[in-house]
Write a protein that binds this ligand. Sequence first.
Ligand code: SF4
Length: 389
Amino acid sequence: MTSTWIEPASTATALLLLGRGTDPASERGVDCPGDLPAPSDPDLVARATAAKAALGDRVFVLGHHYQRDEVIQFADVTGDSFKLAQQAAARPDAEFILFCGVHFMAESADILTTPDQKVILPDLAAGCSMADMAVLGQVETAWERFEDLGITGEIVPVTYMNSSADIKGFVGRNKGVVCTSSNAKRALDWSFEQGSKVFFLPDQHLGRNTAVLEMGFDLDDCVLYDPHKPGGGLTDDQLRNARMILWRGHCSVHGRFTLESVREVRERVPGVNVLVHPECRHEVVRAADYVGSTEYIIKALDAAEPGSSWAVGTELNLVRRMALAHPDKQIMFLDRAVCYCSTMNRIDLPHLVWALEELVAGRVPNQITVDPDTAHHARVALDQMLALP
Ligand code: SF4
């Protein structure tokens, strides 16, 4: 059967510009410190294959689901951020963990691997705009405000996996927990047994969607703390009365889907199933038929009936790969315009070849390390997540 995949239209904003909507000072560097092969080099695949073979078991390559196909073909394992962190921890014999994903994921891998292992990010510019929306100094300022109000004893901080090691360390220091999009409800259930309020970082949408749609909270129970406004833009009473204090952060990819995208696809494709990630806006998740993590989305599409139609609201590389893997189902992108994660796309074949060949030459490029104190407290918050009932 031939594929039903139709490429979404390319637009002037097809690739989100690096740094847009973030604090440019928090971007993690753009220039590659070495000589990158030309993207047009016809030998790139052969060079990557040869370098990987020369390294053998010394290197373990992790590939996030949102990575390009040209990179994914060299991954020893693919997964979402949590699965990849677990996979890194399960390979203590690999000297090098080559992380084809973004910066916060490589940090988590460094925290969970042994001190002898080296975690490498092929392009240091592969940050995450959502993670960069919560900077430690801003979060500490918010916490001081809560302290002045005398409410920190009631608050449990919860951070999404998609946050920097600094933020995970802050949460660990303050007796909180890390969560993923798969276990956010369990993390919130646990947190509300420890306190009466949650301070949720950095993704407002995951926090709101979980609290309202899975736990029965009212939208009014949630307030939005904006780090760019004095006092977070909230009054003392708003903070005292809130159950969920949501950080004003979001994913620039999933945040693009709108209610209009859902309406449009339902009109265009009768009987379509709308399947979205919980990082999407609240009204989009409400209008969808199914919502779940990246791994959930993959399983739902694998299990879908032949002939069924699916409009999927997540990153385009993954949606295209799923559509091509299931030509007997009509799998399409929820929006009509292209929407890649621009920072995930920083990792391309030239960067992968360069990183592998540097390792073969005995040099360790772009190593990601987390300082021991931050790593210790971040690990406390990660271990609390693993211990969730
Ligand atoms: S898809 Fe969104 S959350 Fe994931 S790395 Fe890209 S910007 Fe960050």
